[in-house]
Design a protein. Structure first.
Length: 245
C-alpha cells in the first residue's frame, strides 16, 4: 500500500516535520518552484514570502503550535509613522474563526473533504486514513484567520495517485478555495511553491508567524528511495487569502 504524507511531531517547544511513504507505481510530477533554486536542491535561501528564517527537520520551530501568531504593529525597517503606514498599506483580508469542511484546487481538478488532524499520544500528528481526504492541523489557525493554516494530504495511496499527487505542479497566482463551517469560502492565491529534502524542511517558513491570513499545503515528493521506503523530499505550497466568498 502506498502511503506518503507529511508527519508533524511535537518535540520540546515546537513542531518539526517529517515525511513517510512507501513504494508506489509512479512518481508525482516535477515541482514548479516559483522562486528558483529550491526544487530538490535544498537551497540556502528561503522560498517563503513571509519569513526570512529557514527551519529544518529535527529543529524546533519559532512559534508554539498552540499559540496563534501575532500581527506586527509596524513594518520592519519602515521610518513612516503609524498614520502614514495606515494610508500606504492595503487592507489585508482576514476572516473570523471557522473550521474548514472542504478544499478545492480548480487548476488541478481537485476537491477533497477536510478532516481534523490532532496530535496522537506519542506526540506525532495524525494523518488522513485514506487517499481522498485532506487534513487540517487543529493546532494551526483555521483557513482565513490570521496566521498560517496548515493542511496535509497523501501524494499516493494503495499504489495510485492520491489527493495531492499533482500539488507540486501548482504555480504562482493559482487559486485554492476552502469551504468553511459557517458557510463562507476562503479563497487563497498561491504565492510560492517549494520542494525540500526532508532533512531541510523549512519549519519556520511553514509554521512561523505572519502578518496575514495564509495557507500551507504539504505532501511528499521527489525521488522515491527504495532502500528507506520514503520519498526524499517534501512539497509545500504557500498561499495568501485574497477574498472571502
Amino acid at each position: 500500500m502506498a502511503i506518503a504524507a507529511a508527519v508533524l511531531t511535537a518535540t520540546g517547544g515546537g513542531l518539526t516535520a517529517y515525511g513517510l511513504s512507501q513504494q508506489e507505481t509512479r512518481m508525482p510530477p516535477p515541482t514548479a518552484v516559483t522562486h528558483g533554486g529550491h526544487a530538490g536542491h535544498g537551497g540556502s535561501s528561503s522560498p517563503s514570502p513571509t519569513s526570512s528564517g529557514s527551519g529544518h527537520a529535527g529543529h524546533h520551530m519559532g512559534a508554539s503550535p498552540s499559540s496563534p501568531p501575532a500581527s506586527p504593529s509596524s513594518t520592519p525597517g519602515s521610518s513612516s509613522t503609524p498614520a502614514t503606514q495606515a494610508k500606504e498599506q492595503p487592507t489585508v483580508p482576514r476572516m473570523s474563526r471557522s473550521q474548514p469542511t472542504s478544499v478545492s484546487i480548480p487548476s488541478l481538478g481537485v476537491t477533497s473533504r477536510v478532516i481534523d488532524l490532532g496530535l496522537q499520544p506519542d506526540e506525532t500528528m495524525e494523518v488522513p486514513q485514506d487517499g481522498t481526504s485532506t487534513g487540517w492541523f487543529t493546532g494551526s489557525p483555521t483557513p482565513g484567520e490570521l496566521g498560517p493554516a496548515v493542511m496535509a494530504a497523501h501524494v499516493t495511496w494503495d499504489k495510485a495517485p492520491a489527493v495531492f499527487f499533482e500539488l507540486g505542479s501548482m504555480r504562482t497566482g493559482q487559486r485554492i478555495e476552502v469551504d468553511r463551517e459557517d458557510g463562507s469560502t476562503a479563497v487563497f492565491e498561491v504565492s510560492d511553491v517549494g520542494q525540500y529534502p526532508k532533512t531541510e524542511f523549512p519549519t519556520e517558513d511553514v509554521y512561523g508567524e505572519v502578518d496575514h491570513a495564509a495557507l500551507r499545503l504539504i505532501t511528499c515528493g521527489g525521488h522515491f528511495d527504495g532502500e528507506t521506503g520514503h520519498h526524499v523530499d517534501n512539497v509545500v505550497v504557500y498561499a495568501e487569502l485574497v477574498e472571502e466568498g
